[in-house]
Structures are given as structure tokens and as C-alpha cells.
Design a protein around this ligand. Structure first.
Ligand SMILES: *Cc1c(COP(=O)(O)O)cnc(C)c1O
Length: 379
């Protein structure tokens, strides 16, 4: 028991289970480094808590999105290699050097700024060149990438640590011709890069489904947290691995019943009078709304768990509050723990189910759980 109104529980054993299952996939092929992606507050799970747990599980490279996360982790005492997958600006170079981060580069201006900051600090900085192979998000076409790699090798203080790309379409398909084309382009573009430079391109779905995409490092985000990148990936994985890869969700999100109100037949609940009760109902109030990451588009569709039973959301989710129907849950009382994501008795609501009600993906559901709620790490 704790005295919080709303909190997030993190299961260290679930995280460990996922990391070892994901590592076991390497055995059949060539060994590679599993680098968990802990950007976006570790997909809402808590940046420092998850970094600590991953390091305890033997991870020595962690992927983040921005310099600020790197500063927070260094201040927290993390000494593992930190690789920034997101874009950085030339004027962030001194902070990158000070926090000892590795970054993606896509321009000579960036390389020069990094070299200058590294020179001033008497340090070196590892950079990764991102190659455009069909995603058109971040990176350089092969010819320009080659020129940038040359520029890096001519620039003291800057070391080519990796070459990388990002696949556009592994998650949403069970048919992977486009991903194979991207992998071929990547292979061709990196053919004369020295062997000590790490090649990496796989996120969760590619790591799980494509041994040939694993190369020297895999950047595994969503699967670290025990969530599948998509239904399609799960179906394909069950075929490829014959059900041998299981993922255990790491996060539970809980709050409490704050108030109970009897609402007589024919009355309305919430904004826009969006819900009218067709019989006498007992309505419970939760202190969580869309500001907190409880997505408004689950209004009228979603459910929560109270005393191991499903309670439907009534009417519209508000900014900081939500109303649920607890009429059929005998004994529901103010102060009861309410599960928004997680197990309660025999019932379970996963981030993926919540995502379906909100017409989005599990990534968005967990990464938007507000950082203000404490992350409580359980064994
Ligand atoms: C977020 C991200 C990943 C992780 O993707 P998942 O599908 O969560 O495994 C990997 N690589 C890059 C560049 C990313 O931005």
C-alpha cells in the first residue's frame, strides 16, 4: 500500500524476462548488442528507473532521443554508453561532449561543431551516420553519407562509431518485401565501412522477425516493456519462433476511487451530457483525465478495473477526471484501487486494449502517461 492517489508500477522481473527472451534470439545467429530504447521517459515507464533496471540486467548501451535525457541520466550516475537516436543541433555540441553522448550526424556543420567542442575538452566523440533507405525521416542518401563518413575520418576528435538506418514498414505488415529492399540498400551503402564500425538498424519488430537486420546492435524499445509492436508482428513472431518468445508487460497504472454518486434513471453524466443513464446507477469518480495521458478518445468506450471487475467509462473523459459505472461491483468503496492498465484479480487491461479503445497504438498510450506520477519499482 502507498499513500499516492495515482501511480505507475514497474515490474523488474517482467523487464528481466523480456530482455533475456530478446537476447536469446541472438543465439541462432551472430551475437549482437541489445540496446534498450529508453527515450520518451522510457516509453512512460520512468527514465532513470528503467535505465537502472536495464543496467542491472547487463545492458551497457542505452538509446535515448535527446541530449537532455543524457544529462539527466549522467546526473543520476549512469555510466553506460548513451546513444542519442534523435536529431541534435550543432550548438548542442558542448553539452554532448560534457555528457559523453554518442549522436547521429547528418551534416558537416555538426561534425565540425562536435570536433571543436571535443578539441576544447580534450575528448573524442562517437558519431553514427544515418543512411536514408526508404523511410524518409532522418538520414542522408548513400552518396552524401559516404562523403560525410570521409569528412568524419578526416576530422580529429570525431570517431565513426556506427552506421545506421531505420526501417519504415516492419510493424504494420506480415509481408516484408519493402523492409528487405531497405536492408539491401543499407548493406550496399555500408559495404566498405570498416568492420569495427557498428552497423545497426533493427527496432523491436525487425529484431524479432529479421535475423539479417540484427547486425552489431539492435535498438529495442517497445518489446523491452513487454508490448508487441503490432498484432502483425505478434502473429509473425508466433510463426517464426513457434511461440517461444513471450513478452511480459512491465507497467501497471493505478489510481483510486475518489467519490461515489448515485445517479437516478434519466439523468446525465459529464460534459455534453454525452451519457444518459437508462437505470439508476452508482458512478465512481477517478482523479485522472486526458492531461494525465488517459486519452479522451476512450470516452464512452473504455473500461477500468475495480475489485477485479470491469467498470465502463461513462460519458467524456475530462482534463483531470473520469467517471465510471460501478453499479454492478458490490462493495466498491471510496479509496479502492482502480487499475487503468494492468492485472486486478482475474481481469486484465493491457496498453494494447486501451489503445484500441482510443484508436491509437500502445506506444502512444504508455509514453503519454504523465511523468508527474511516481514510478514504483517492484521486484
Ligand atoms: C524509437 C526508435 C526505436 C525503437 O523502436 P521500437 O519499435 O519501440 O522498438 C529504434 N530506433 C530508432 C531510431 C527509434 O527512433
Amino acid at each position: 500500500m502507498n499513500d499516492q492517489t495515482t501511480w505507475v508500477e514497474i515490474s523488474r522481473s517482467a523487464l528481466q524476462h523480456n530482455l533475456s527472451g530478446l537476447r536469446r534470439l541472438f543465439d541462432s545467429g551472430h551475437p549482437s548488442t541489445l540496446a534498450p530504447v529508453i527515450k520518451a521517459n522510457a516509453y512512460g515507464h520512468g527514465l532513470c528507473a528503467i535505465a537502472d533496471a536495464c543496467i542491472e540486467c547487463g545492458c551497457d548501451v542505452l538509446c535515448i532521443n535527446e541530449v537532455e535525457e543524457g544529462k539527466i541520466l549522467r546526473a543520476h550516475g549512469v555510466t553506460a554508453r548513451l546513444y542519442v537516436v534523435g536529431p541534435t543541433f550543432p550548438d548542442e555540441a558542448p553539452a554532448i561532449i560534457a555528457a559523453d553522448l554518442e549522436v547521429v550526424v547528418f551534416s558537416e556543420a555538426q561534425v565540425r561543431a562536435l570536433a571543436e567542442a571535443a578539441g576544447a575538452a580534450g575528448a573524442t566523440v562517437g558519431v553514427h551516420v544515418k543512411i536514408e533507405t526508404g523511410t524518409h525521416r532522418q538520414g542522408l542518401p548513400p552518396v552524401q553519407a559516404k562523403a560525410l563518413i570521409q569528412c568524419i575520418s578526416d576530422t580529429p576528435g570525431v570517431v565513426l562509431a556506427g552506421v545506421t538506418t531505420h526501417l519504415a514498414d516492419v510493424e504494420d505488415e506480415t509481408e516484408h518485401t519493402f523492409a528487405r529492399t531497405q536492408l539491401e540498400r543499407f548493406e550496399r551503402a555500408t559495404a566498405d565501412v570498416p568492420a569495427e564500425v557498428w552497423r545497426h538498424c533493427a527496432s523491436s519488430a525487425a529484431h524479432i522477425l529479421f535475423p539479417s537486420a540484427r547486425w552489431d546492435m539492435v535498438r529495442v524499445g517497445i518489446a523491452t516493456y513487454g508490448l508487441w509492436p503490432s498484432r502483425e508482428t505478434r502473429i509473425s513472431a508466433d510463426i517464426v519462433h513457434k511461440g517461444a518468445l513471450s513478452l511480459a508487460p512491465v507497467l501497471s497504472w493505478r489510481t483510486r476511487l475518489i467519490q461515489l454518486t448515485e445517479v437516478k434513471k434519466g439523468n446525465y453524466v459529464g460534459y455534453g451530457r454525452a451519457h444518459r443513464v437508462s437505470s439508476d446507477r452508482r458512478v465512481g469518480l477517478l482523479p485522472v483525465g486526458y492531461f494525465d495521458g488517459f486519452d479522451r478518445s476512450a470516452s464512452g468506450k473504455g473500461q477500468v478495473l475495480v475489485q477485479g471487475h470491469r467498470a465502463p467509462i461513462l460519458g467524456r473523459i475530462c482534463m483531470n477526471m473520469t467517471m465510471v459505472d460501478v453499479t454492478d461491483i458490490e462493495g466498491a468503496a471510496v479509496g479502492d484501487v482502480v487499475t487503468l492498465i494492468g492485472q486486478d484479480g482475474d481481469e486484465y487491461i493491457g496498453a494494447t486494449e486501451l489503445a484500441e479503445w482510443s484508436d491509437t497504438i500502445n506506444y502512444e498510450i504508455v509514453s503519454r502517461i504523465h511523468a508527474r506520477f511516481p514510478r514504483i519499482v517492484l521486484p
